[in-house]
Structure formats: C-alpha cells, structure tokens
Design a protein around this ligand. Structure first.
Ligand code: SF4
Length: 763
C-alpha cells in the first residue's frame, strides 16, 4: 500500500554519522529502491512502472542523461532512477484542497523534502495579487493572465523563459519558437548552471559543445579518467559501463577532492558475483585540491611533451592548430607552484603519467566538479590539450565525455534553448516559419536574476525545474523573484519556487514522462537526447495523475495561440494535435534530424533511436574558427585560500537529484537523517577548533565584501582533501555570490566558495 505524505516536516538537524562506505549499489540499493517505490506507488504499480523504465517501448528515466545500452536488462534502471520515477508516478496528490489548507507563507516555511513528498499537482492554480492562498483556475483564464502580463510589458525582453533539462525535444523546440516569435532570446536553462563551461570550451577547441564518445567507446578504452564527478550517486548506471570497461582491460583514474564509494567498488545488482563481491573500479585515486584540475592536466601535458615519442606528431600536424604556443606554455609551467595547486605529490602525478603513456585509447569524463569554478573553461580546454597531444579524439575508445545531469538538458540546447543562438539556427527558423527571430543575445540564468533584481525583467516563466533552489545567492534570487509582476511554473510536483512568487503567480500542472499523452491524433510520444548524443523515443504508459493536466507541448501551443493570436505563422493547433508534425519541422531546421520520425520510430531500421552526427568523432573534422582542433595556452589558475579558511564545494547527497530531495540520508557518506552537515578534513577541523559533532555557521567571503551565511551545520570529520570542505545544496547556495561565475561561460562558481566556520549559536 502506498503511504501518505509526511504531515509535519521531519526534524533535520540531528543527523547520525557513521563514516563513509567503500562500495556502491548491491543489495542495499535494491532494498532502498523497493522501499521508496512501494511508499510512493504501492506494490502493483511499482512492478508495472519500473519494468518500463528505459525500455525501447517504454519511457525514458526522468533522472540523469546516461545512455541506454543496446541490450537492455529487464530492470534497466538504477536506485536513483527508480526514485525519480517513483516520485513522478506517486499516488500522492496535491489538490486545490491542499492549497486551501496551506498558505504560501506556510509553504515558504517548509523544507524542499516536505514539499516534494506531497505528490503530484492536479489542477492549474493561481495566486492573485495580494492573496496568500493559491486558488484553482481554468486553463483558459491562466493563459489569459499570462497574455495580459505579456501585453503590459514594454518589451518582450522583459520576459524570461526558463527551461529545466527534463523538457522533451518537442516541447523545447516549440518553447523557443514561441519566445522567439514573441521577440526575445531570454531563454536561460539549467545548462547555464551546469555544463555551460563544457559547451564553451569544447565549441572553441573542437567545434561542437558536446561529448565525442558513445557508450561503446567506454568499453573500448584502455584508460578512463573520471574527474570532478560522482557517478555512484549522479549517473549510477555509468558504474556498469566502468565495470564492463575494466573487464575489457581498461584502467581507471578518479580525480576528486572526496573519496566516493561508487568509484571504489561497484556491487552490480544485476549479477550474483556483483552482488556478493563486486568489482573494484579505481586503479589510481588522485585526491585533488578543489579547483586543482587545470594544474593537474597542465603537469601531465608538460610531462607528455618531455617524454620521447609520447606526442602523436602525425595527428598534431594534420588536425590541430596552436601546438607551438601551447607546448611552450606547458613546458614553462613552474613545477612547485603548479604541483601545490593540485594538492598532490609528484609521485602521484608520475604514476598517472605512466598510465597515460601506457594507454592507446583514453577517455576523460567529467561533471560539475570541473564546470562550476571561475577557471572552468580553461580547465576543460587543458583536458582537450591533453587528449589532442596523443590523438585521443576521433577514434574508437577515445575522446571527451562531459556527463550531463538532466535527462534532456543536451536535447533542449540542440532544439534551440539557448540565449546566444547561432545565426545559422535563426536563419533556418526564419526560412521555415517566415518570421524574423530576434538576433540580440538574451539572458542566461545569472543575467536573468540580475534583470529580475533590477526590475529589467517583469515576467518569469519556467518550463519545469525549481529555479529559486537551483540558483546561487538564494537571498538575492528570492528577492529578485518577488519583484516580478508574474511568475509561472509548469510543474509536476510542488517545490520551493511555488512559494517564492511574483506579485501574481501561476502553477500549471503538466504530464510526467511516465504518463500516457493523448492528443487529437491519438497517443503521442516525445524524444530526448542523452549525454552521448543518442536521440530516442519516450512513451508514457501510465494514466495521467489528473484529468486536468496538459502536456508540455499542449501548454506551449495553447499559450502561443492566446498570446500571438491568429497572425502567428506557426501551426500551433496542428502541432498540438500530432507531435510528428513538430518533428517534421525539427528535421528541416536542426542539422542531424533528417528523416526524424522514421529514424526515431525505427521504421527506418534501428529501433531505439539514432546517434546525432559529431564531426570530430565521426570524421576527425573540427568545425572551429581555424578549421582545426585548437590547442590553447591559458595561464594556470586555481582558487586562493586565505589562512584559517576552507574551500567549500556544494554537492548532492545520495538521496537527492538536483534540487529534488528524495530522503534525508546520504548512505555512501555514512550520514543519516539530516542535511545540514559540513564535511571537513580532521586535521583542518582540529586546526580550526571544529570538533566532530559541533555546530557551526558557514560564512562565505567574496570580493564584494558581502558576508553570506548558512547557519547551524553539524561538523563531520571526513577524509576530504586538505583545505577542502563540502556541504549540500540548495542549503548552501545562499553562500554562492551571484556574480561569482566562471569566465566565458558565466556558470555559478558553486564548487569553490571560500568560507570560514563560526561557532553556531545553536551549539
Ligand atoms: S543512470 Fe541516470 S538515466 Fe539511468 S536510471 Fe539512473 S538516474 Fe536514470
């Protein structure tokens, strides 16, 4: 029997701590999966639903963007994927009665966990100006309210259209089309906060802002470097791929300020051997200092350049630009300073070099640990330098592998969700739909918050997500949101962004990925693009949580017709009725989607989807400004750490997916029933007088002189790298200054925040 949602907010400030685990998954993962699934869905629905996740005729997991293997297991999902599905397919409901019982002021006092556990939204809800309770509203009235506010704007650039990475390709394509026909490129998305640094660095160096490896390449690699990523929690099925690669002879180097159980040993629940013994994954663990990755790869590049015959001269000569300048900069790197920036020993670097030189096919995988720093773009460029030196791009078993967080974040960008669209994309849009899209670049996430704060933007519309919790500088972001005339959230479940509203607010409940989507022409499917550029279909199989829900495409089409009226050149009604007509247009506007419907339905041969073209991977052709793969020679940067301070990284617990909190445990790190914890190296803690179990306030210090505080964190002595600490977001996003962003990509620098610990009044 599914259980009821928690009535009161569970106590969260008394965590139990038991020290880190050294293996991931196994029997405990099965236990947790079934417990959470049963609580949300009950037994029968659990079986019906989980067996359809990531299957060829099923629905795509709304969790991360890890690709599906050619041959799917019966249970083709991980523990955290099951939690994501269970929370969407939950039997719990948030009805108008719920909103009558809970004022916005009350909801604003609730934890993200409690809000998320209440269940699925059932009706469109409206918060009139001056009111304190949401009330039910018809869809027509809801669209009228948005149309009124848009009509009242002095310019379409006073509106912001945000996208979270769960949005399907079809909905994303329509959403950007609507915003651009309205006249704005204000299309920030969650990628601005996660892999924007990857996109910026890769576009400049190899000509395309996406990873160059497919799943099969991981199985062919003989060296895999996993840097700034915790796959055990954030991309758990990646562990199966690493296990398979190891079985094929690959060696693994993990680079992280924290030892992570998932990279130590993987107990694959799909096999008896896996369950009992498991497989050791990491061969070399480099416990890097936060922000020391560019320095690490610079030193490896220096040593490769100094090693005889280690450079793939033929590849460098034929396919690259800028080698001389880069080589000079790398050879000139000062050992002592650069080594100190890594926090590693020379012996560790040379051990890694030995593995690099023994490798013929190397892949580097990374995630937020590399992308959320001031110098993230130069860091990722240095990784490209590292791979170019030995020709590890554009051949099987080798390449760049940024691992995306959200299930369709890459697809949304491919569909045009980007505040800095390429002119060639806008030209194609103009040709296809006969209107002149705006050419002026729009707001990314950080600029959108500034615009709302400064009154430049007055309307905020979000397609999914939990913007206020995902964004940095929480107090500034929430105040900015409250300055808006209207805030609109297309959502499946309740979250904090519904309690931090503009003068007026709307919640528009939409279908989940697990649910059947019936439109005028019959049952519809949508498509997504995974982290490796594979596009595939997702077919919902469950009855919708409420008959009052609309699909994301239907919401955009009806809103566009209401706002843009009959003079719009876009066949919104046709698109709503039959998504195949949307895909036909995508096929004509977006390169690589030719014959889209035939290829994604399998009627053109390969069921299960198709790989998008990737010139560097497929042809060793690099569509950059130089027409070659570009070496770069940026100076090595790393975060400075004043005396008596720590470098804090914000991160997820194991019971969390982005800002969605599934539970209060972080099993692999030995933390239970609490989230306000700060992980500190025991020697640092002693030096700072922070006893195990004591409570501290975290105070971030930044050049704007503003002190940002997060109070009441339990000190946990943890084997982090010296000088480095860690705590969960969104609780610590308040510490990340809005203007502390990565150069070039403007991604919030959430992984290197200088903090001091102050004895907490609560201690
Ligand atoms: S690895 Fe990612 S996509 Fe796959 S089941 Fe887990 S959360 Fe879902």
């Amino acid at each position: 029997m599914a259980t009821k949602p928690p009535q009161s907010d569970p106590v969260q400030d008394a965590p139990q701590v038991a020290g880190p685990k050294h293996a991931a998954a196994g029997l405990p993962a099965i236990g947790h999966t079934l417990r959470v699934a049963q609580q949300q869905m009950g037994v029968r629905r659990t079986a019906l639903t989980l067996l359809r996740v990531n299957q060829k005729d099923g629905f795509d997991c709304p969790g991360c963007a890890w690709p599906e293997p050619e041959h799917r297991h019966t249970a083709e999902f991980c523990e955290n994927g099951a939690k994501a599905v269970a929370e969407e397919a939950t039997l719990r409901r948030v009805t108008p009665e719920f909103f009558a019982a809970h004022s916005v002021a009350d909801l604003a006092t609730r934890s993200g966990y409690w809000l998320g556990q209440q269940g699925r939204l059932t009706h469109p809800m409206y918060l009139p100006e001056g009111a304190d309770h949401y009330e039910p509203v018809t869809w027509e009235r809801a669209f009228d309210i948005v149309a009124e506010e848009i009509a009242a704007l002095d310019s379409p650039n006073e509106a912001v259209f945000y996208t979270s990475g769960r949005t399907s390709n079809e909905a994303a394509f329509l959403y950007q089309l609507f915003a651009r026909q309205l006249g704005t490129n204000n299309l920030p998305d969650c990628s601005n906060m996660c892999h924007e640094s990857s996109g910026s660095a890769l576009s400049e160096t190899i000509g395309i802002g996406k990873g160059s490896v497919l799943l099969e390449d991981l199985y062919k690699a003989d060296l895999i470097i996993v840097a700034g990523q915790n796959p055990g929690t954030n991309h758990p099925r990646m562990l199966s791929a690493l296990e398979k690669a190891k079985a094929g002879g690959a060696r693994i180097v993990s680079v992280n300020p924290l030892p992570e159980a998932g990279l130590e040993r993987f107990k694959n629940p799909q096999t008896a051997q896996g369950m009992l013994k498991g497989a050791a994954l990491t061969d070399l663990f480099l416990q890097i200092r936060i922000g020391g990755d560019q320095a690490l790869f610079r030193l490896l590049n220096k040593l490769i350049l100094e090693a005889d015959g280690a450079v793939d001269e033929a590849f460098v000569r034929e396919h690259t630009h800028g080698y001389e300048e880069f080589a000079a900069a790398a050879k000139a790197a000062d050992w002592d300073e650069t080594l100190a920036a890594t926090g590693l020993t020379r012996a560790e670097i040379e051990h890694a070099l030995g593995m690099v030189l023994a490798s013929k096919r190397t892949i580097v995988c990374w995630a937020m640990g590399l992308t959320q720093h001031k110098h993230s773009v130069p860091t990722i460029r240095e990784i490209v330098n590292f791979l170019l030196l030995r020709g590890n791009i554009g051949r099987p078993g080798a390449g760049v592998c940024p691992v995306r967080g959200h299930s369709n974040v890459q697809g949304d960008r491919t569909m045009g969700i980007f505040e800095r669209p390429a002119p060639v994309f806008l030209d194609a849009l103009e040709r296809e739909f006969g209107f002149a899209p705006p050419r002026e670049h729009g707001f990314d996430v950080v600029r959108a918050i500034r615009a709302l704060r400064d009154g430049e933007a007055k309307l905020f519309f979000a397609m999914g997500g939990n913007f206020v919790s995902a964004s940095p500088d929480t107090d500034v972001t929430e105040a900015a949101m409250r300055r808006a005339r209207l805030t609109v959230h297309v959502s499946t479940k309740l979250n904090r962004s519904h309690a931090v509203t503009g003068a007026r607010a709307l919640i528009l409940p939409t279908l989940g990925r697990t649910e059947r989507d019936l439109q005028g022409s019959g049952e519809q499917f949508v498509t997504v693009e995974d982290s490796m550029g594979m596009v595939h279909a997702s077919r919902g199989r469950l009855d919708p949580a409420s008959r009052h829900l609309l699909s994301e495409p239907a919401i955009v089409c009806r809103l566009a017709r209401r706002v843009l009226g009959e003079e719009s050149t876009v066949p919104w009604e046709e698109f709503e009725k039959d998504y195949a007509t949307i895909r036909d247009r995508i096929a004509r506007v977006v390169p690589g989607f030719e014959d889209f419907n035939a290829r994604v339905t399998g009627s053109a041969g390969r069921p299960g989807g198709f790989a998008l073209p990737h010139a560097p991977r497929d042809e060793r052709r690099f569509p950059t400004k130089t027409g070659k793969a570009n070496f770069t020679a940026a100076p090595v940067e790393y975060p400075e750490l004043p005396e008596g301070r720590l470098l804090l990284q914000t991160l997820r617990s194991h019971d969390q997916y982005n800002t969605t909190i599934y539970g209060l445990d972080d099993r692999y790190r030995g933390i239970r029933n609490g989230r306000r914890v700060v992980l500190v190296n025991p020697d640092d803690a002693r030096a700072l007088g922070a006893a195990e179990g004591s409570y501290v306030d975290l105070v971030s210090e930044w050049k704007d002189g503003v002190e940002r505080r997060a109070n009441g964190f339990r000190v946990v002595h943890y084997p982090t790298a010296r000088g480095c600490a860690a705590a969960y977001y969104p609780e610590t996003n308040v510490l990340v200054p809005l203007d502390a962003t990565a150069d070039t990509s403007n991604t919030p620098a959430s992984k290197s925040v200088v903090v001091r610990l102050e004895q907490s009044a609560t201690d």
